[in-house]
Design a protein around this ligand. Sequence first.
Ligand code: ZN
Length: 257
Amino acid sequence: MLRSLSVTDPNLIDSLQAEGFNAMHVEVSDPNLSALLEIASKSSLPVYARIRLLERPGLGDTSPTNTLGQLVEGAECPSQPLAQDRCLELCQRVAAQYPWAGLQLMGLGFRSFEGLPTDHADASFYRSICFCAACQYGYGAAGSILEHVAREAIETARAKHPTVDTMLLWRRSVQYGLLRQIHEIVSLPLCLHTAAELRYTGDRSSLTFEEAQGLAATCSVDPESSEDLARLALLPRPMPVYSTSNLAPERFAGVIL
Ligand SMILES: [Zn+2]
């Protein structure tokens, strides 16, 4: 079982093994990365790189954009070719940086807007459907219907229109395509952080474990409650799945704390 700790303080590395950890994770954006890797290289523990994909400061042409014209700040839409290129460059650069045990891919998905106190249950889902130029191109002829569906459903709860399933299917194909490209250019084992839930946007429209099979060696999840953990534990898991939250996951293959 993998028992890994996310390390930000280089001074902690020496005591990891004595505390029962058999691996460590470091954020590649950590300002202390050089110092962490220098000390980690002297340790016998495997080191995993945690990469946050599709993050970019501010607003820009690749920002997720909803039907109300609102942009998600600090993020990029995974269907944008330029954003995909940046993901590939980042993974390639990180992979060459250190003899990692693997790369943990965070945020490989569509971003969502925060829910509002006045929202009905599904409003934030519809508010988060991306209509950036690349997504609109991907929706094709269904795009104008979907836009109408999204605008109405933001205001009032209603039965799900079939174009929503089409959109979700297309989005998973985008995520799968990006994961496949990363798999092709990086020879290290990949760990896909996923919510393995298909209904919502944001992190919750991630690929399922089965969809990631063959491209990701492992998956990680971050269950928010014991109910969520139970739901995830019941899903088919063709690879080891790790929990990054502190809910004790007996039925999972390991724990990343
Ligand atoms: Zn988009």
